[in-house]
Design a protein around this ligand. Sequence first.
Ligand SMILES: Cc1ncc(COP(=O)(O)O)c(C=O)c1O
Length: 384
Amino acid sequence: MENLTGRVDTYFRTRTRGQKGIIRDLIMTEDAHHDITLCDNDYLNLVHHPHILAAQIEDLKSSAGRGAVYSPLFLSRETMNPHTQLEDDLGAWYGKDCYLAQSGYAANVGLMHALCLPGTNVYADMFVHMSFYDGLAARKVRLHRCQLNDAADMEDKIRQHGPGLILVESLYSVSGDFAPLVDMVRLRNEYGCLLVVDESHSLGVYGAKGLVHLHGLQDEVDYVTASLAKAFSTRAGVVFGRHGLFVKEHSFPNIFSSALLRNDIVRIRAAWEVICDADDRRARLLDVSRRLRSELGEVSRLASVSGTLPSPIVSLCADDEEQMARLHRHLSKKGILGAPFFPPATSPKHPVLRLTVHANIRQEDVRRIVEGVASFYAITARLV
Ligand SMILES: Cc1ncc(COP(=O)(O)O)c(C=O)c1O
């Protein structure tokens, strides 16, 4: 306990200048009214979509039966239920086995439990989500972290250590950069690796089925995972891939944690229906993403993005946490709410304020965001 007390003291001394904890010192804004919300990942603006809400309300009012208030392991296909029915339907749509997890985090942790053994070589892009590392830690794998989007670095490591599991995100959640999926598929094929792509930020955004499908790579990607707390605006995760039953039955979250509620399942199905028919929302989202990046690029320093596709994640780079927190508060006072990212989500030297675009951001909002950011840098320049 001595040790813990020391760690707590160090935390407050070094990580929180005002002694109020990082949440208060870096994240909290004054009680301003925020009419431009850029801090979540509801890309298609579906959180209050009438079709989705109506489906949930109807289900809650109906007496159609109990959901599963126990481990999803006991949901058998023989007694068809909304959960397994939805897995079957989503799997048929996507063209792979599908299993639903309680969150994107649980999906990634569970998939790592299923695919890895002690000593398995894992080639992970250094920016993949923390949930993968959590799952890998339980399996004592041989982890080789690779430079961001650096296929040559990954190839060197595979040559040196042998085939294994490749982990990437199609669209990185902090920087908004895209993975070189075609290069990753080449490595998978040439060296006999398994390829896992986390599509949390792209499923439903680049076509209903995400970037792997958009690039026609679905037959050469072994597993696609996603949080459904992004474009699907709900609370769940999904894994698409081969040997669905094996994966499910080796995932600890699937065995030892309770299933999604029936009303969650109803919400996912309704959101999926909307997403399949949301080309107009996707077009608006990508159009405004392109405009915001281009205009902000002229007045600030942005995390760079490769390729030609517009990215809805626009991250403003800050010199340090203090500057990031000041930028965050400056925008907040103007009614614009971003998401601060700092350790452990980033390295200490590269905190960012992430602005996530959604389909209802209008041209006048873009103008206000750009003016807000520009005025911050004008003040900062005067102070230097
Ligand atoms: C790339 C990525 N994967 C997984 C997750 C975890 O998703 P969830 O919030 O559904 O647990 C996130 C969430 O931030 C994410 O950004």
